[in-house]
Design a protein around this ligand. Sequence first.
Ligand SMILES: [Ca+2]
Ligand SMILES: [Cu+2]
Length: 361
Amino acid sequence: MFGGCYRGGDLMAHGFHYYGMSITMGLLLAFAAAAAEPAAKARPFSVEGMVWIAPATFDMGWNDGETDERPVHKVSLDGFWIDKFEVTNEQFARFVEKSGYVTIAEKPPDPKLFPGVPAADLKAGSIVFTPPKDAIPIAELRAHNAFLQWWRYVAGASWRHPEGPGSTLRGREKHPVVHIAWDDAVAFSKWAGKSLPTEAQWEYAARGGLAGKEYVWGDQFEPKGRPMANLWQGQFPVENTARDGFRGTAPVGSFQANGFGLHDMAGNAWEWCHDFYLPNYYKNSPAKNPPGPDSSHDPNEPGVAKRVQRGGSFLCTDLYCGAFRPSRRMKTSPDTGLSHAGFRCVAAGFAPAAATDPKSK
Ligand SMILES: [Ca+2]
Ligand SMILES: [Cu+2]
């Protein structure tokens, strides 16, 4: 069913996403689907730190990728603003300070959703990448539930404590905030007067003005042997050589921007999109400003509505997942936080020239 493997690999490095977050969460004794916080009051957004993306038509998708990246199809977008960087810890901290928002990972799971689990075991927490001691043969990386060997539910882990209690954000103020569930990202975006990008907006922005390129920087994975994004080098999941300079998240903007001036559209942290996940959406998605489907379906985990994540993370390798290609789609249940997942925002508005001249249309 997943024959559309990229470079003979598949999502084995990230079977976690592959098999579905909620299964994983059950297996890891994870947290409940806490209700979303009431939306914080919206306010006008600031274009500071944002880039204007002019209206355009582009080819969305990738015919050599996974099945759900096909077919390549024309999409037209209105202009929009998008954050140059992934939302950072210091930006998220400011939001929390002003709004009093509490993320899903910081709340204990609802016992009603975990009837068989002793109340004492239902501790607030999140899912942390925890490399195993011993190497995993590549064939086993592909095995069902192999990801349980490198993901762990850690009580007390949250955006404030990315590796669990005892870990802090000291020195990571400008790293992307992680352990952010979709609902958390939406709450931040509303507070900031923004929203989450649609898949189409995200992909067009990621391509940076290039057409038909495999990567956000061009055709070559590592031009002149130089890592172009914060990814994973070495034998996943035990050997992390950090040849790109970073073992975990990197300060946003540590790597060269794409053609639109956007940083980390590949690697560093996964980024939530607005859209529900539907594998065959491209077959009949609207040609103009596709808003995403009305509902979700993941054949791997029917019955769990999922949202899309894009861009890959510091755990992605070229050998296994290829998730840092701009067309690559990931799906995750919206209540799930992970130590490699954050977001960035978009906003509707006017082109910069129009914005500064009220007389122009
Ligand atoms: Ca790295
Ligand atoms: Cu990956």
